[in-house]
Structures are given as C-alpha cells and as structure tokens.
Ligand binder design. Structure first.
Ligand code: ACO
Length: 432
C-alpha cells in the first residue's frame, strides 16, 4: 500500500514546561489526526485511550464510516448501492483489489474462488473430534486456525503470491467450513460444494441439502444471503479487525490471524449481538410486553440488544437494507405475520421516539433485523455469528493484506498506565 496521508498543519501540546509540536495529518475524508508517534520520545508521556475511542491505529484505504451521517463506503461505494446492484463475490474483489472488476477479471476471480471451495479430505476428520453439541463458533475458531496446518504453501506472509492464495483459500473455504460446523451440530452428513452454483447458493445447499432428497435453492433466500454477506463484509477498524491486524503485525500466518478475528467476533458486544437480539425478541414474545421490557432497559437492568453502536450515532445504513431484506425473506416464506417481526417493528418504533434512546442516539444496528431473517431462513441462533464470520473474512483479509503491504507497518504494542505496586522485595512464605 502506498501511504497517502497528507500534512495538515501542526498541533501544539503543552506538558508541564515542555511545549511539543505534533504534526496533523489529513486523510481523503473524515477527521484529521494528530500524529503522536514522537510524543513519548520528546515529552516522556503516553496518551491514554482505553477502547481506542479517539485513536487511529493505522492508515487504511478500504472502508469509510461517517457514524454521525450514517454513511458506510467500501472503497468509496455506498453500502446500499453495493447491496442493491452488486454481488458478494464482486464486493470481495473490490475490497481486496480496490476497484470493481471488469467482466474478465470477475470471471477469473469467480472461477478461482469456486475451485478452492473443497477442503482437504483429511480436514473433515478434524470436525469429528468436537463434542456433538459444540458451539459452531468454537468449531470455526479451531477449524480456521487448523487451516494453517493443512496449507503450508501459503503461510509465508512476505510472499505476495502466497498472500493472494491464502486470501482466495479463506474466502472460498469459509462457507464449506461454516456449513460443516452447522451439519455437525445437527447430526447430518456433510454436503460437498458444487461448482455450477453461485457462492450464496452453494452455501445454502451445503447447509440445508440432505442425501435423502433433491434440494433446490430458493432464489429469494440466496439473494438475501448474498446481501447479508455484502452488508457484513467489512467495517473498518472494529474489534475483530483490529484483532486480526494486531495478530498479523507480529508476522503470524493469515489463517491464525483470521482465527483470532473469529474469536473476538464471538463476543456478545460484537458479532454475538445478533444471537442476543433474537433471544431478546423471543423473551419479549408479544407486543404488549414491550413497555415493561423497555422500562427494564431504562432502569439499567439490561441493554436493548441490536441497538446502539460505537461508531453510528445515526441509523446504521446496513440496518436499513437488512430491514428490507427481512421483509422480503418473510414474504417469500409466507411468514409475514411472524410475531417476532411484529415485536421488532414495534420496539423499533418506540425506541426511535422515546427520549431515553433518542438522547443517547441509540438506533437499530445491523443485528436487530438479521436475527429474525436468518432464523426464518432456517438457521439456529448459534449459527448467526458464524455467518457473520464467513462474510467478514474478506474484510479481515483485505485489512490484513493492506497492513502487511504498508511500509509504515510496525508490530502492534500499546502502552499502559501502570497503577500496581511499585518495586518491592520478595518476602519468604514463612514471613508473610
Ligand atoms: N441499550 C440501552 N442503553 C444503551 C445501549 C443499549 N443497547 N447501548 C448503549 N446504551 C447507553 C449506555 O447505557 C450509555 O448510557 P449513559 O450515558 O446514560 O451511561 C450510553 O448509551 C452510551 O453507551 P456506551 O456503552 O458508552 O456506548 P458504546 O459506544 O461504548 O457501546 C455498544 C456500543 C457496545 C454496541 C452498545 O451500544 C451495546 O452494548 N449495544 C447492544 C449490543 C449490540 O447490539 N451490539 C452490536 C454492535 S454492532 C456489531 O458489532 C456488528
């Protein structure tokens, strides 16, 4: 990656009697940043920013978010335009290469991904070692980490060709691994990928086909699945992406880095929120119970899952597409009157008008409607985060690749403010 940050002036910082000049840098859009790299050397202080709420950890040219305006761009293209007009594989190409592919480039990319979807046959035995009731995310973390034990020829991070092969392998194999995690949990035989099917169609077939009967992919569901993958493909420096970058900054192989990202995504404040959001809707159950539930949120007994976002202080643009997709899927499946949808719509209406949520800028996030949609499509809630991981893999890889190719890249190593005991002498056990 060619560094493109431009000089944008100087910030002055007064620390005691020391005055420090810090360069201000400009990106192509978004807030300027104060470059504090020399601060410690010049002023002997660190900055303190738990949760990185005010800290840019890298330069990136992949994804841009304006949380106040509710804007999300992949390589400059608005998420809703991509969801409406593009396909997940085209978006993968865009995220990895920076530009939309020509017809020839796309055909080649699609073929490469399609022909990498199978797993090494020995790999299937790896799944059998998990307990039959293992959470599919536990299987995902283990299985993706294990890819590095199977594909030694693409783990040299300094070789551009190997980086590309590992990127293709992960995008291609993630649906196969995710579908196997699902099949294993439901006790059904694994279904192999089919090269004549598209990415989302293939995934649905690997999840829902059984040897006992033919399976025809419902095109409304395949389109919805593809859209859901697009919506989740990248989201700049969120917790799991930062985890992938941090793991990768040490030179760890890409499969291990993506496994680290999956582990981070699992948490209920991140990718696990869609599972929690659906559980919450089920717990509320009926529209008449919403006021009581909302009161519990205001009393701070629990949070409204699927609401709020660290970055979006406006309607999450992905949530708008997700809401429309949810209606399309429920219509196609004849589940329009699904009680959970009624609860969701009423909860959204109340939250968008109630001062408690309005003042805190708590809008529905992507997870709010994705749980209902995925559940209607036939996925159990344990699979929701797995689907998120599948889709986010391309974003993680694009960000990992960008980091490795960034000349200013260094191993990630945050500092701390230490408040533990200062140096003291060891006391033998009989004297304590
Ligand atoms: N329900 C009720 N109140 C909330 C919620 C919520 N979901 N989210 C934030 N708040 C309140 C907080 O209590 C706080 O109120 P206060 O100022 O009176 O103390 C205020 O809003 C700000 O909250 P923070 O926790 O500081 O906001 P932050 O940006 O750190 O949190 C987060 C973001 C973690 C996503 C939070 O909104 C949350 O827990 N949401 C529910 C979980 C969820 O849906 N996560 C999915 C995120 S999207 C994704 O990962 C794809």
């Amino acid at each position: 990656m060619e560094n493109k940050v431009a000089p944008g002036g100087v910030a002055h910082m007064q620390i005691g009697d020391k005055s420090v000049e810090l360069p201000i840098l400009k990106g192509s859009t978004g807030p300027d940043v104060v470059d504090i790299r020399k601060l410690y050397a010049e002023a002997d202080v660190f900055t303190y920013d738990p949760g990185f709420t005010s800290t840019a950890s890298c330069e990136s040219q992949i994804t841009y978010i304006d949380g106040d305006a509710g804007i999300l761009l992949y390589r400059g293209y608005p998420i809703d335009e991509l969801a409406e007009n593009s396909s997940f594989l085209e978006v993968c190409y865009l995220l990895l290469h920076g530009e939309l592919p020509t017809a020839t480039q796309f055909a080649e990319f699609e073929r490469t991904i399609t022909y990498h979807t199978m797993l090494h046959e020995q790999f299937d035995r790896f799944f059998q070692t998990f307990r039959r009731d293992a959470h599919p995310m536990a299987i995902m973390v283990g299985a993706v980490g294990a890819l590095s034990a199977f594909y030694h020829d693409s783990t040299n991070v300094h070789d551009e060709k190997q980086r590309q092969i590992s990127a293709h392998r992960m995008i291609a194999k993630m649906p196969t691994i995710a579908a196997r995690a699902f099949k294993y949990a439901v006790g059904q035989p694994f279904v192999y990928p089919r090269n004549e099917l598209g990415y989302a169609d293939n995934f649905l077939r690997m999840c829902f086909a059984v040897p006992a009967e033919d399976y025809k992919v419902n095109q409304v569901l395949a389109k919805a699945m593809d859209k859901i993958f697009i919506l989740h493909a990248d989201h700049e420096q969120n917790a799991s992406t930062s985890t992938v970058r941090l793991a990768g900054s040490s030179g760890a192989n890409p499969f291990a880095c993506i496994a680290a990202g999956i582990a981070c995504l699992w948490g209920p404040s991140h990718g696990g929120a869609n599972e929690e959001a659906l559980n919450m809707l089920k717990e509320i159950g009926t529209v008449d119970r919403i006021p009581e539930y909302v009161q519990g949120v205001k009393d701070r007994r629990y949070r409204l899952m699927g609401f709020g976002h660290r970055v979006y202080k406006n309607y999450d643009p992905r949530a708008k597409v997700m809401q429309k997709t949810c209606h399309e899927v429920l219509d196609a499946l004849g589940k329009r009157d699904e009680p959970l949808l009624q609860v969701a719509m009423e909860l959204e209406r109340i939250a968008l008008s109630d001062p408690y949520f309005v003042e805190r800028k708590l809008y529905p996030n992507i997870d709010f409607y994705s749980g209902i949609t995925l559940s209607a499509m036939g996925f159990p809630s344990e699979m929701f985060t797995v689907l998120f991981a599948l889709a986010r893999t391309v974003g993680w890889i694009a960000q990992w690749k960008e980091m490795i190719e960034d000349p200013s890249q260094k191993i990630g190593r945050p500092r701390q403010v230490y408040t533990g005991p200062v140096q003291r002498s060891f006391v033998p056990i009989d004297k304590r």
